[in-house]
Design a binder for this molecule. Structure first.
Ligand SMILES: C[S@@+](CC[C@H](N)C(=O)[O-])C[C@H]1O[C@@H](n2cnc3c(N)ncnc32)[C@H](O)[C@@H]1O
Length: 350
């Protein structure tokens, strides 16, 4: 995730006041921080977890709506029996969730319309935050002991739980969700509402027709070269949002290993964003990758922007470069230092 301060700093130095857009919005830091600063904002992401969480932050329901919907769901869920799991992951689910917690989780999975309804999306996003975590330290997660940031693989998790003789705690999902909702509503949601879509950056122009020609600031961070596999890391949350109960990936998982293919991908993404841009716009990019030098990042970005946008693009600023600290993957690899570098660039487009 971007630090909030990164977005705040970028917004503080722009003289534009059109729409802020993030074509790779992740958990929605750009969109949310922009809304908080009274700017119109929108974004998209291909990852359902990202689109759900960012969408919930950008377009929150009222506290009353959340409370009422939670009561309704809780009533309806009484007596619900989750269908038995079969196959390779059945053992995982038995050890991950207490039977009564599992029934509530499956009920929510089957009944929340997170794509179409703002209140359900908010409750789904809260559920994603509590779905798994360090249950020995917090009463606010549903699962047996697991990292909170990434979903560990089913076979590994089962082995580990068995070896450490860990059984899933009985957790009341609705009680936890009410607590988490109260916590969220301690701070006021932004006055403006943002738009987040589950969409590919390469189709941004087509997916946000009402924003054509209105975007003056793009603040974004594309998927990093040669690093995280966002789907594999989040397989359990993807299951909760309606995906299959598997961490197995299709042969091509969208990760970029080759610098050339990565550049082509970025070119297509900028071409997708092009119809949204106003006559004058600014594009801020934080780009990262394993052993990615600043020079290589600059060249890839400039070439992809110039190939993708039918406009004049100039590099106006280069920010700091830094080594990524505390990445999700690294948190589970002990103290090994990361070799992933991040670089910031700012471009003017006219
Ligand atoms: C480095 S992360 C962005 C993190 C974000 N700045 C935040 O604060 O959470 C890159 C994001 O790009 C998304 N992504 C990958 N390919 C995409 C595509 N073709 N279109 C849109 N989003 C994509 C990933 O799912 C991931 O959430």
């Amino acid at each position: 995730m971007f630090p909030e301060t990164f977005v705040a700093e970028q917004l503080a130095v722009t003289s534009f006041d059109g729409v802020v857009f993030d074509p790779f919005c992740g958990r929605g830091t750009t969109v949310f921080e922009s809304l908080l600063r009274d700017r119109d904002a929108a974004g998209c992401d291909v990852h359902p977890v990202a689109a759900c969480v960012a969408g919930a932050k950008a377009d929150a329901p009222s506290r009353k709506e959340v409370t009422a919907r939670l009561s309704e769901l809780e009533e309806e869920s009484a007596g619900f029996e989750a269908p038995a799991m079969h196959g390779a992951t059945a053992e995982f689910f038995e050890l991950c969730f207490h039977p009564s917690t599992y029934a509530e989780v499956v009920f929510l999975r089957e009944h929340l319309d997170w794509r179409g309804d703002r209140t359900d999306r908010f409750i789904a996003a809260l559920s994603l935050g509590s779905l798994h975590g360090e249950s020995h330290r917090t009463p606010n997660c549903f699962s047996n002991r697991m990292p909170r940031t990434i979903s560990t693989k089913p076979r590994y998790s089962v082995r580990w739980w068995r070896k450490n003789e860990l059984t899933p705690p009985r957790r009341d999902v609705f009680e936890i969700l009410r607590r988490m909702a109260e916590y969220r509503f301690e701070s006021r949601p932004p006055r403006r509402r943002g738009r987040v879509r589950l969409a590919d950056a390469r189709e941004a122009g087509a997916r946000f027709p009402s924003l054509r020609g209105t975007v003056t600031d793009v603040i974004t961070s594309p998927p990093y070269l040669d690093t995280t596999n966002y789907r594999e890391d989040q397989w359990l949350r993807l299951w909760f949002l309606g995906g299959e109960a598997t961490d197995r990936l299709p042969p091509h998982d969208g990760r970029h290993y080759s610098a050339d293919k990565y550049k082509d991908f970025l070119t297509e993404a900028w071409a997708g964003v092009a119809p949204l841009l106003a006559a004058e716009a600014r594009i801020v990019v934080r780009m990262g990758g394993r052993r990615l030098t600043k020079e290589a990042a600059r060249v890839t970005l400039l070439e992809s922007l110039r190939d993708g946008l039918p406009r004049s693009v100039s590099l106006v600023d280069e920010g700091a470069s830094s080594r990524v600290r505390g990445t999700q993957a690294n948190a589970f690899r002990g103290d090994k230092p990361s070799d992933t570098l991040e670089h910031d660039f700012r471009f003017d487009v006219v």
